[in-house]
Design a protein around this ligand. Structure first.
Ligand SMILES: NC(=O)c1ccc[n+]([C@@H]2O[C@H](COP(=O)([O-])OP(=O)(O)OC[C@H]3O[C@@H](n4cnc5c(N)ncnc54)[C@H](O)[C@@H]3O)[C@@H](O)[C@H]2O)c1
Length: 250
């Protein structure tokens, strides 16, 4: 049997946005398993199921990443609870309906950008001065293959994730000499509650594009996130790592 790789996050603290379930939960669990104290910022803390296993975040804060004041309040509370921050995982995201661009309600377009893209900006803006002051830190943004490809019927989502990839590059350069790395992960499809926002046809078409012919597991994304957040990933910043089963061609 393969021995699981372990990183040493002893004494480290992490915030995972949207960390109550799905990919965010798996990342929080992975970081906690290797010693980190994890704080979850989630719009709906009720999504966290404490009956699944013994993973218990240090705090779960009701937060809307689309609202700067909500993020600032969450960060102040987080510092009160865990004292400092080392790792920010910008994972919170919504899909929106599967419709053509011209059929999408402009308010929904706006909300998708507010959560998926502006949320990454608001959370990064809140924590970066703190990370810089400490001279170390890791920011891991969960983008999507949609941000590289531009999926049909997912225009706002694709635009938001392309924005996350570009923001990762910009912020990575800005922080390059400050001890803080900024990287992203572009997963293909993972079976989470996000699927509830998609049609069966869209899900089947997405899977058909994956050369490995299977979904990525949330644990596989979490393993990659843990390595990016670790000291071992020391000379890469502004980069987007694919977890796409061979789908990514650039
Ligand atoms: N599942 C996939 O196939 C897939 C593929 C590529 C990328 N992603 C990305 O991974 C991330 C996580 O997706 P998931 O599949 O785990 O989804 P999910 O719906 O299972 O979980 C998302 C979590 O984010 C929270 N959330 C939503 N809006 C929020 C807000 N405004 N503020 C704070 N929290 C909020 C939700 O309450 C939920 O707990 C998203 O950014 C998504 O776009 C998912």
């Amino acid at each position: 049997m393969m021995t699981p790789v372990r990183y040493d996050f002893t004494g480290r603290t992490a915030v995972v946005t949207g960390g109550a379930r799905g990919i965010g939960r798996a990342i929080g669990e992975r970081l906690a398993r290797d010693g980190a104290r994890v704080v979850v910022w989630d719009l709906d803390p009720k999504h966290f199921d404490s009956t699944v296993n013994d993973y218990r975040p240090a705090d779960i804060v009701a937060t809307d990443v689309a609202e700067p004041s909500s993020v600032e309040d969450a960060f102040a509370r987080t510092l009160d609870v865990v004292g400092h921050l080392d790792i920010l995982v910008n994972n919170a995201g919504i899909n929106g309906p599967i419709v053509s661009a011209w059929e999408l309600d402009p308010k929904i377009w706006q909300r998708i950008l507010d959560v998926n893209l502006n949320g990454v900006y608001h959370a990064s803006r809140a924590v970066v001065p703190h990370l810089l002051e400490r001279g170390q830190g890791r920011i891991v943004n969960i983008a999507s293959m949609a941000g590289k490809d531009g999926n049909a019927q997912q225009s706002a989502y694709s635009v938001s994730k392309a924005g996350v990839i570009a923001f990762t590059k910009s912020l990575g350069k800005e922080l390059a000499t400050g001890g803080v790395t900024v990287n992203a992960i572009a997963p293909a499809m993972a079976q989470t509650e996000l699927f509830a926002q998609m049609t069966p046809e869209h899900i089947a078409a997405g899977k058909a594009k994956i050369p490995m012919q299977r979904y990525v597991s949330v644990a596989e994304i979490a393993d990659l996130a843990a390595w990016i957040a670790s000291d071992e990933c020391s000379f890469t910043t502004g980069f987007t790592f694919d977890a796409s089963g061979g789908r990514a061609t650039y």
